[in-house]
Design a protein around this ligand. Structure first.
Ligand SMILES: Nc1ncnc2c1ncn2[C@@H]1O[C@H](COP(=O)(O)OP(=O)(O)OP(=O)(O)O)[C@@H](O)[C@H]1O
Ligand SMILES: [Mg+2]
Length: 256
């Protein structure tokens, strides 16, 4: 078991650049070659992390969990549900040379299947302890906070678009987390798709909302082109402005 697993979450409203930021953050960690064991968790039901990272993943946790829920009443009482679920979770886990990836898929069906949900939480807790770094791409909006998807996150990056409304939305996510007693150790604001000359205003706004400003990422034609064509972002050239900006943010906020 690894000691000191650090769980990093990426959150923000739809389309602000959460997935792109996470992919570039992973690229930065891989480039540092700091011997981290890295797990990427795609917790967005509308999963696209495999494409962005250029890996093939056929199954997801949602499918596995629903499958178990469907047959749980028909299973013999002595059937090892925890063992079965654990075995299936490891089946779904993509294990690569440089990082592993777990795709969570669609959230659970209606109704409380507390047993299965609790089993899954326990398995996830155990699984994440095998890594030194866990990078979580969270679903857009606030729901992950109340659903506990982001329960164990240590460092949360709130990604916002370059507008006062964007900064305000990020502050709302922070406030909801606080109201639900979800205490992330650190919360950082990152503004994405910033045009030249606007950073000072955005920095002031983040101060106004009491958010710690980690930096900004410029609008990057090359990143947009890679996503447009479906080229994995891990292949983005190292001199790309968005990648340079993400590296700077990581160095400032998550020194190794
Ligand atoms: N810095 C940037 N420069 C140019 N385009 C960007 C930048 N960041 C993100 N984009 C573009 O914005 C779009 C949304 O990005 P991305 O998928 O990373 O956002 P998201 O927050 O994960 O979205 P969703 O909420 O749908 O999961 C993509 O088309 C991406 O190419
Ligand atoms: Mg996304």
């Amino acid at each position: 078991m690894k000691t000191g697993t650090r769980i990093i979450g990426v959150s923000g409203k739809g389309g602000v650049g959460k997935t792109s930021f996470l992919a570039l953050m992973l690229k930065a960690f891989l480039e540092k070659n700091a011997h981290h064991d890295i797990l990427v968790v795609d917790a967005d039901p509308d999963s696209n992390m495999p494409d962005v990272l250029g890996v093939n993943v056929a199954e997801n946790i949602g499918l596995v969990v629903n499958e178990l829920k469907e047959k749980i009443d028909k299973l013999p009482p002595n059937f090892g549900k925890a063992e079965y679920l654990e075995y299936r979770v490891f089946d779904v886990l993509y294990e690569g040379d440089k990082f592993d990836l777990l795709v969570m898929g669609a959230p659970e069906r209606e109704g409380c299947y507390c047993l299965v949900n609790n089993l899954l939480m326990k398995i996830m807790d155990t699984l994440t302890k095998n890594y030194t770094l866990v990078l979580m791409d969270l679903p857009a909006g606030l729901e992950h906070v109340s659903r506990r998807t982001s329960a164990n996150v240590d460092v949360m990056f709130l990604i916002a678009d370059p507008s006062k409304m964007g900064v305000k939305t990020a502050a709302r996510i922070r406030d909801l987390a606080k109201a639900l007693h979800r205490e992330f150790k650190k919360i950082f604001l990152v503004i994405n798709k910033v045009s030249p000359g606007t950073e000072e205003i955005l920095r002031e706004q983040s101060m106004e909302f009491g958010l710690e400003y980690a930096g900004s990422i410029p609008f990057d034609e090359r990143l947009a082109e890679f996503n447009l064509k479906g080229i994995p972002l891990l292949e983005l050239p190292e001199d790309s402005p968005s990648y340079i900006a993400v590296k700077k943010i990581i160095e400032k906020t998550l020194p190794i």
